[in-house]
Design a protein around this ligand. Structure first.
Ligand SMILES: [Zn+2]
Length: 185
């Protein structure tokens, strides 16, 4: 499992391993936790008692201290995996759901014609639809978008990046995802 790391105010920071989380516990860096304890790790022997230390890890861990503000000004990085997840693996032109290997990052305004390689100009398309549209705008190709692009929020980005998200973590993240998000669909 992965642990969802938050800052002290509850904003998501990263997915970390239970081992990384254990280090934060051991350094007394945990401000608060959410969810039921989900894993117990064994540490080293305690010198005073001779007993092995144990660290109980929670699925959501808020860390003490300030977060560099730089991280909050940037939009989430765009990747094909996250783009396809944002768009629920559905081609924006034919509306069919596809496997990731059959999908492409489609630039609504082609990059050769000044289109940006960002969240607002990228949409998920299957290979045939992408090939058919080619170097044209949707209206030139008479191919209408069945849904629109958007920039994922920070909470949504954590869902798109997660590998195996526990129920407690999903509940926490979805509570802050805008109603308009396709992740609610
Ligand atoms: Zn298609």
């Amino acid at each position: 499992m992965d642990v969802l790391q938050l800052d002290v105010s509850g904003r998501p920071q990263a997915w970390i391993t239970t081992r990384e989380a254990a280090v934060i516990y051991a350094c007394d860096g945990v401000a608060w936790t959410l969810g039921d304890a989900c894993q117990e790790l064994r540490g080293g022997l305690q010198r005073a008692t001779g007993r092995q230390s144990r660290i109980t890890v929670h699925p959501i861990v808020a860390v003490r201290g300030a977060m560099p503000s730089r991280a909050w000004r940037q939009a989430p990085a765009l990747s094909n995996a996250k783009l396809f997840a944002r768009d629920r693996f559905v081609c924006a032109y034919c509306g069919h759901r596809h496997l990731p290997e059959d999908l492409t990052r489609e630039h609504i305004q082609p990059t050769s014609r000044g289109g940006q390689d960002g969240w607002m100009n990228c949409i998920t398309a299957c290979r045939p639809c992408n090939g058919r549209k080619g170097n044209r705008l949707p209206e030139e190709a008479r191919m209408n978008l069945l849904y629109l692009p958007y920039v994922p929020s920070l909470h949504e980005d954590m869902i798109l990046r997660g590998r195996r998200i526990l129920a407690d973590q999903m509940e926490f993240l979805l509570a802050s995802v805008p109603r308009s998000s396709r992740l609610h669909g």
